[in-house]
Design a protein around this ligand. Structure first.
Ligand SMILES: [Zn+2]
Ligand SMILES: [Zn+2]
Length: 310
C-alpha cells in the first residue's frame, strides 16, 4: 500500500502518484499505474478544476494506463489533460511556472515496471538532478542490465542522485520470490489437474483487486483455450485493451474457469468446498450434475505470509 506523499524534493513543482492536498499546487503530474493506492485525489473535483484552470498542466502516464483512465467513468473527465508517453524514450516536457518558480524543462523516461499492465517507473533528469521513482515494480534477475535508461552510452550504470522505491516484500524472510511465469504455471497445473477429474469440476479464481491478474488470465486462456468468466464491469474495464479482453468472457455458461465476483467471507470460513457454488451461481452449458469447485487465490501477499510462518 503506497504511503508516498506525492512530492519529490528535487523537483518541487511535480507530483507523482498523489493528487490531493499540497499536490494541488503542482504543475506536472505523473501516474505510475492504475492501482487505487497510487491514485488518491485523481478523481476529485479539485484536481480536475486545477487542470482546467491552469494551462499546460498535464497528467503523464503510459499509453495503457491512459486507456484504463479513459475506460473508467470516474477518470474519463481527465481525458483532455492526459498525455501518454512512450516507453524507454527520454521525453522533454515543460513544467509550467508556479508562484515564484519559473517554468522549466524536465526530461522524463518511462521504464516498464512489470507490476501490472501499463505500470512504469519514472526516471527524472533535470536541474534538480537524476531521480528514479520506481512505483510498484517487479524485476527478475538480469532485468536491470537490459534497461537502457539506467545506463550511460558506454554501458556503465547511470548515477542516480535520489531513489524513491516502493517495496512490500523487502524482508529477510522473503529471499525467494517466485517469478510470474512460475506462479502462472503452478496455477495452470492446479487447474489442469482439477478439470481432468470430470465435466462438473470447476475453477474459482479469487481476484479481489481491480488489476493485476492479467498475466494469469492470459496464461489460462493460452493453455486451455478457454476464456475466464469475469463480471461485466470487469470485462468492460478492458474495452480499450483487447489483448487482455480476449482472454475473458462475460458469459458465465461458456467456461469452466471463473474469476467472477467473489465472496471472501465464505472462503475464509472454510465452507465445505464440495457443495459451494461459483459467485455467479452458474455452471457451464451442458453440465447437469452438482458442481465441484477448486478455489485458487493468486496472492503475492498470501505467499509471503505463508513463507514467513514456515
Ligand atoms: Zn500497484
Ligand atoms: Zn462465474
Amino acid at each position: 500500500m503506497s504511503s508516498f506523499s506525492g512530492k519529490i524534493k528535487e523537483f518541487p513543482q511535480i507530483s507523482v502518484d498523489r493528487f490531493d492536498g499540497r499536490n494541488l499546487a503542482s504543475t506536472a503530474y505523473f501516474l505510475s499505474h492504475a492501482h487505487s493506492d497510487h491514485m488518491i485525489g485523481l478523481s476529485s473535483p479539485q484536481f480536475l478544476d486545477h487542470l482546467e484552470s491552469n494551462s499546460g498542466v498535464y497528467l503523464y502516464c503510459s499509453a495503457i494506463t491512459a486507456r484504463f483512465l479513459q475506460a473508467s467513468i470516474r477518470h474519463r473527465p481527465l481525458d483532455p489533460f492526459v498525455r501518454p508517453l512512450p516507453p524507454e524514450e527520454p521525453v522533454k516536457i515543460t513544467v509550467p511556472n508556479v508562484a515564484e518558480e519559473a517554468s522549466h524543462q524536465l526530461c522524463v523516461t518511462l521504464i516498464p515496471a512489470g507490476h501490472c499492465p501499463g505500470s512504469v517507473m519514472f526516471l527524472f533528469e533535470g536541474r534538480g538532478g537524476t531521480v528514479l521513482y520506481t512505483g510498484d515494480f517487479r524485476t527478475s534477475v538480469g532485468d536491470v542490465e537490459r534497461i537502457r535508461a539506467l545506463h550511460n552510452s558506454d554501458g556503465t550504470v547511470k548515477a542516480v542522485d535520489s531513489l524513491h522505491i516502493d517495496t512490500t516484500f523487502c524482508h529477510r524472510d522473503i529471499l525467494h520470490f517466485p517469478s510470474r511465469e512460475d506462479s502462472s504455471s503452478a496455477i495452470c497445473d492446479l487447474v489442469e489437474d482439477w478439470l481432468a477429474r470430470g465435466n462438473n469440476h470447476l475453477i474459482h479464481l479469487v481476484c479481489p483487486a481491480k488489476y493485476g491478474y492479467e498475466y494469469v488470465y492470459r496464461s489460462l486462456h493460452e493453455r486451455f483455450g478457454m476464456r475466464v468468466h469475469v463480471s461485466r464491469w470487469k470485462y468492460r474495464m478492458y474495452d480499450t485493451v483487447p489483448e487482455i479482453q480476449d482472454a475473458l468472457t462475460p458469459d458465465a455458461t461458456e467456461t469452466w474457469i471463473h474469476a467472477c465476483d467473489w465472496r471472501m467471507r465464505e472462503i475464509e470460513e472454510g465452507e465445505d468446498q464440495s457443495d459451494r457454488q461459483l459467485p455467479c451461481r452458474c455452471v457451464p452449458f451442458g453440465v447437469d450434475t452438482a458442481p465441484s469447485i477448486r478455489v485458487i487465490r493468486p496472492s503475492a501477499m498470501f505467499y509471503t505470509v505463508y513463507q514467513s510462518a514456515k
